[in-house]
Design a protein around this ligand. Structure first.
Ligand code: RB5
Length: 150
């Protein structure tokens, strides 16, 4: 079955991941959950890399990653080519992350946002289109050689 998005979390994000997955299922979104599957302590890079590799390779277009702050997940995911992971713990940022940055992974902090706001952030991430135009030129520059002088 073709999936719409891949999701992963560490132990801090495990409970919020469950909440998000329940909402996505109710809306008919097809997802693959790469774990973690309990609140036993794990290392966030292991889960961030699984989702980021799938996005980077084109296996899936969209990812969601949840840890305590969202910081570790976003730092890790952005190490892979073509990944634009955005840490969004508010609605304005997530709207801009899609409209201007064409973010392909949403990183969320379970210790920063409550479940109600987190659900809104995820829906905004999935429903906001990329505006293209001048923003397309800018995100294309992200894939240039960063050591090349401008
Ligand atoms: C785990 O305690 C915490 O460090 C992790 O979930 C995340 O917030 C790291 O960025």
């Amino acid at each position: 079955m073709k999936i719409d998005l891949m999701i992963g979390a560490d132990h801090a994000g495990f409970a919020l991941k469950k909440t998000i997955l329940e909402m996505l299922s109710a809306k008919g979104v097809r997802w693959e959950d790469v774990g973690t599957f309990s609140d036993e302590s794990v290392d966030y890079p292991d889960f961030a890399f699984k989702v980021a590799r799938a996005v980077s390779s084109g296996q899936v277009k969209t990812g969601i990653l949840i840890c305590g702050t969202g910081i570790g997940m976003s730092i890790t995911a952005n190490r892979l080519p073509g990944v634009r992971a955005a840490l969004c713990n508010d609605l304005y940022t997530v709207r801009m992350a899609r409209a201007h940055n064409n973010a392909n992974i949403l990183a969320l902090g379970s210790r920063v946002v409550g479940p109600g706001l987190a659900r809104e952030i995820v829906l905004t991430f999935l429903e906001t289109p990329f505006e293209k135009g001048r923003h397309l030129r800018r995100i294309r520059k992200l894939d240039e050689d960063p050591t090349k002088p401008i």
